[in-house]
Design a protein around this ligand. Sequence first.
Ligand code: ZN
Length: 315
Amino acid sequence: MRLARIIKLIGGLYTIQDLKSGELLDAVASGKLRFVRVDEYSPFNVSVSRRTKKEPQTVQISPKVGDIVRYDDEDDNNPIQEVFERKNELFRPDIANIDQILLMFSAVLPDLSYILLDRFLVIMEQANIKPIIIISKIDLINEEEHNELERNIMYYKKIGYDVHLVNNLDAETLEDLEDVFKDKVTAVAGQTGVGKSTLLNSLRPDLELRTQEPSKALGRGKHTTRHTELFLYKGGLVADTPGFSKLSFGKITETELKEYFIEFGQYSLGCKFKNRCYHINEPDCNVKNNDEILESRRNNYQLFYNEIKDKKEIY
Ligand code: ZN
């Protein structure tokens, strides 16, 4: 029995990387894995435990990319026998145990959307994944726009986020970013046009990528498949993550939303109702109209709060 990380999954076939030797191997899921009986104490993952808070039940566990697994190396098929508890997981894209996510935005074409940025940050805070914000194409904006961007970005830095402003994703920029990837499991996310493909393609010559022949059986090439895959890079792993098109708040409730606006907590000490204030209609709120908090953050909070609340009312 040995330990490995799943780095690819296509059509029920897994590619795993042995944690000790670093070797890449094909693997299959063992039949035993399919159904596991879990109760509220099961140390599996948040989604499973939450669903089974009330009564123990048998659930189907599907190993996903990023999972740490135990496999039987005595068997030629390397059957995966056990999936370990996940430190975090995303569902669309389906990936587990990532150390950080590179959120790529551009200053223009498309314009930087603070709604989208804050939405991403909320989702990553809830999922317990460290976000790193990259803003590209800053050479394409004028001085006035640049100053405004700097002011806003300074705010995000001040509250604790890691932000990088870049022009093109040229060799020099990549060299600066290399340290970001070192020894980490990093997912990369971003809209079309922000330079995500350019970044990943620039990393590619360096990627210790195993040659992957297009699968004849499936009748499709690697370029057309929309699967999540981890590539080995600089001692770490990088995932290109298709998806993220529907950025849903998932199970996040309107009452917990304020916790994911990470700077709100300190200000709520000044609210009349302290940490019971939701910064919506309460009297003497120290968040709602506080100029020290970036206006777009306060607006986006209200927007998301209402979005989550309204959605709940539909059901
Ligand atoms: Zn308040």
